[in-house]
Design a protein around this ligand. Structure first.
Ligand code: AMP
Ligand code: MG
Length: 327
C-alpha cells in the first residue's frame, strides 16, 4: 500500500475525526477504559497517577529512541514506560495500576506494521509478591472480561464497524519462546534463538491463532535488565507477551522483575549500560523493594484488535505516527 494511503486521516485528523467510524471507535474505547478500570479495582488494585517525565525511563524499547527535555538544566526523559516507577509505587501499595502515556520515537519503517505509534498509552499493572504466572492469570482474566463486556455493551458499534468479535475463553494457550520459534521455523521463518521475534514473524504467528495466547520465557539476550532471570534456568527470563490473534500481534508485555540491586547491576553490565545513569533507581533497589510481577497493555492496540481496525492510528483520536508530523 502507498504510504499516503496508509496514513490517510492522520495529517488532517480534524477532518477524519468527524467520520462516523471514528465516533464508533471512541465509544468502544471509552467502554474499554471503564472495563479495564472496573476489573482492576475489583481485583484490589489502586489507580495511581503516572509520571510523564523523569531522569530515567525504560531503556528496553527495541530500536525506538527516547525523547529528552531540558528540566531546569538537567536532562530529563519523556516516559517510554513507567516500569521503574511501578517498582517504587509498590513501596506504598501492594497492587497498583496507571493509565500511563508513553513516548517512543519508533523507527520510521515501523509505520508499515500498522501497530506502532510514537505516542501511546498503556494500562500499566504491578503487584508485589507475585509470579509471572500470577500476572498471566490476571492478564488473561482481564482481557477476557474486557472483551466480554465490550462485545455486550458495544454490540451496535462493533456491528457497524463490521467486527465480529469472539470473546475468548480462559485459560489462554501458553507457548514458550522456544516453541514459538519452532512453529515459525516450520512456516519458513528464520528466527535465531536469542532475539526478539521480528514484526513480520509476530504477525504471522498471530495469524495462526483465533484466540489470544501467551508466549513466555524469552531469552535474556532479547529483553531489558528488569525482566527477571530464572534462578534455576540461567539465560531464561520469567516474562511473557500476550499475542492477539488474526494477525493483530503483540498486545501485552510483562514478567517478574529483578529487584535485587546486585542482580540489576550485573544485568546492566551485561547490556553495556552505565548504572550511574540510573541514579535513584539503583539507590532505591539497594534499600530494598518487594519482588513483583506485572505487565503493560497498550490501549490503542487493544482498541484496534477489538474494533478490527486496519491500523493503530485509527484507534486513537490524535495519532502520532512515527516520522509524520500531525495535529
Ligand atoms: P513493551 O514494554 O515495549 O512491550 O510495551 C508494552 C505494550 O505497550 C505493548 O505490548 C503494546 O501493547 C504497547 N506498545 C508498545 N510500543 C508501542 C507503540 N510504539 N505503539 C503502540 N503501542 C505500543
Ligand atoms: Mg513488548
Amino acid at each position: 500500500m502507498e504510504m499516503r494511503e496508509l496514513v490517510c486521516g492522520v495529517v488532517d485528523r480534524y477532518r477524519y475525526i468527524r467520520r462516523p467510524e471514528m465516533r464508533l471507535v471512541l465509544r468502544v474505547q471509552d467502554e474499554i477504559l471503564s472495563a479495564l478500570r472496573d476489573f482492576l479495582r475489583g481485583e484490589g488494585f489502586i489507580e495511581i497517577l503516572a509520571p510523564v517525565i523523569g531522569p530515567v525511563t525504560d531503556p528496553g524499547i527495541r530500536g525506538a529512541r527516547q525523547a529528552s527535555i531540558d528540566y531546569y538544566g538537567h536532562g530529563f526523559k519523556l516516559m517510554s514506560s513507567m516500569i521503574l516507577y511501578k517498582q517504587m509505587a509498590l513501596l506504598s501499595v501492594d497492587r497498583v495500576f496507571a493509565l500511563s502515556p508513553n513516548i517512543r520515537l519508533e523507527p520510521e519503517e515501523s509505520v508499515r506494521t500498522g501497530r506502532h505509534l510514537a505516542e501511546f498509552r498503556q494500562v500499566d499493572v504491578e503487584m508485589a509478591h507475585a509470579t509471572y504466572h500470577d500476572a498471566m492469570n490476571l492478564g488473561e482474566r482481564m482481557v477476557a472480561y474486557v472483551l466480554g463486556r465490550v462485545s455486550r455493551a458495544c454490540s451496535g458499534e462493533l456491528e457497524a464497524l463490521g467486527r465480529e468479535l469472539r470473546p475468548p475463553r480462559t485459560p489462554f494457550e501458553r507457548i514458550s519462546y522456544g516453541e514459538a520459534l519452532e512453529i515459525l521455523r516450520s512456516e519458513g521463518f528464520r528466527v535465531e534463538y536469542g532475539v526478539e521475534i521480528p514484526w513480520d514473524a509476530e504477525e504471522a504467528i498471530s495469524s495462526m491463532f483465533d484466540s489470544p495466547f501467551w508466549i513466555y520465557d524469552y531469552p535474556m539476550t532479547a529483553r531489558g535488565f528488569y525482566d527477571r532471570e530464572d534462578p534455576e534456568r540461567p539465560g531464561i527470563l520469567r516474562d511473557f507477551d500476550l499475542i492477539y490473534p488474526e494477525g493483530f500481534g503483540e498486545g501485552v508485555s510483562g514478567g517478574e522483575r529483578e529487584y535485587q540491586a546486585e542482580r540489576v547491576l550485573e544485568r546492566m553490565r551485561m547490556r553495556g549500560e552505565d548504572p550511574r545513569d540510573y541514579g535513584w533507581y539503583i539507590e532505591m533497589l539497594k534499600e530494598g523493594v518487594p519482588p513483583s510481577a506485572g505487565f503493560g497493555i497498550g490501549v490503542e492496540r487493544l482498541t484496534r484488535y477489538i474494533c478490527g481496525l486496519r491500523c493503530i492510528w485509527d484507534a486513537v483520536p490524535f495519532p502520532k505516527v512515527p516520522g509524520i508530523p500531525s495535529p
